[in-house]
Design a binder for this molecule. Structure first.
Ligand code: NAD
Length: 332
């Protein structure tokens, strides 16, 4: 039996990991709390830890894990900005992830958020339940003919762009590594960042969080966008300066914002805080705007994605035990 300490687990993690192929060879130790230097000791006796997007594997945490003889950090997500990879390498800890579980899940949620925000479906749902059948204040716009700017054309950005082409939108993209043949086939145009910002009616972010993408949307870059622009972020919260976003919403420059991720989501998203006082002033402020829609990092949450996350994570853990090479694309 391979012992694995699984941090920040919810009911769906337990269900899908517990029933994945090969799961009977793993002794899953599910913890509700997140991994950090303070909680690393809960991995005592485990050969691997399994973590998600808001676990915090910094150097101090990794040193504690290495001292406990943990061999593997298995991320049950694609993004890895929360793990100090250099420290892991130096300490001899292998780090694996699930590179692509369902890019469709995230792309479909992205478009779902935009449609909900634009057509005010969330507000209509509440109204009708109160027997308020009035349409006042629910006017949206057609996506057909609008310019949609997709920043980052990796796995998720490309699918999102394709879906928007299905709406007959003009799709502009920016990526330092363009997929030119793909774009040509679909009638999608690559451009530079400034042109994308200046021309897009809707901007959707699909880039990883790295030092050079931190606050990709800030006071200056938001200032270069069209007045009334809709912004969607299902990638990482820190890609947008929340302070700059709130200022642009207050001035009316930004027409709508849909977020599945938030700059300071750690410790808030994935938790049931109903009945408590929300201590994050910027999130409280964002939630008060009628033209802001927030979901709690749920874009990945489909049956297909959870199954694939559990399958690849379990396979990686079993692979560690046999010493065979990890699944292609999973090692960091
Ligand atoms: P990917 O690695 O396939 O693609 C990322 C793309 O971004 C690459 O093509 C890269 O060249 C490009 N890029 C890098 N820097 C750029 C820059 N400065 N400007 C423009 N493009 C740049 O990644 P992916 O699987 O498509 O994931 C995209 C994002 O979605 C990541 O941030 C990931 O963390 C996030 N994500 C969120 C959820 C969720 O549940 N909300 C789930 C999975 C992934």
């Amino acid at each position: 039996m391979i012992e694995v300490a699984v941090y920040d687990t919810k009911s769906y993690d337990r269900e899908y990991l517990g029933t994945a192929a090969g799961a009977e060879q793993v002794a899953w130790r599910f913890h509700d709390f997140r991994l950090s230097a303070e909680t690393a000791s809960a991995a005592k006796g485990a050969q691997a830890v399994c973590v998600f997007v808001n676990d915090h594997a910094d150097r101090a945490c990794l040193e504690s894990l290495a001292a406990l003889d943990v061999k593997l950090i298995a991320l049950r997500c694609a993004g890895h900005n929360n793990v100090d990879l250099a420290a892991a390498r130096a300490l001899g800890l292998a780090v694996v992830r699930v590179p692509a579980y369902s890019p469709h899940a995230v792309a479909e949620h992205t478009v779902g958020l935009l449609l909900t925000l634009n057509r005010k479906i969330h507000r209509a749902y509440n109204r009708v339940r109160e027997l308020n059948f009035s349409l006042n204040g629910l006017v949206g716009f057609d996506i057909r003919g609008k310019t949609v700017g997709i920043i980052g054309t990796g796995k998720i950005g490309r699918i999102t762009a394709q879906i928007f082409r299905g709406f007959e939108a003009r799709v502009l993209t920016y990526d330092p590594f363009p997929s030119s043949d793909w774009a040509k086939t679909l009638g999608i145009e690559y451009t530079d960042m400034d042109s994308l910002l200046a021309q897009s009616d809707i901007i959707s972010l699909h880039v990883p969080l790295m030092p050079d993408t931190l606050h990709l949307l800030n006071t200056q870059t938001i200032g270069r966008t069209k007045r009334g622009v809709f912004i969607v972020n299902t990638s990482r919260g820190k890609l947008i300066s929340t302070t700059a976003l709130i200022a642009a919403l207050k001035s009316g420059h930004v027409g709508g914002v849909a977020l599945d991720v938030y700059e300071e989501e750690e410790g808030i998203f994935f938790q049931d805080l109903s009945g408590q006082v929300l201590l994050d002033d910027e999130l409280s402020h964002l939630l008060m705007f009628p033209n802001v829609l927030v979901t709690s990092h749920q874009a990945f949450l489909t049956h297909e994605a959870l199954s694939e996350i559990a399958r690849v994570t379990t396979r990686n853990i079993l692979t560690m035990a046999t010493g065979e090479p990890f699944l292609e694309g999973t090692t960091l």
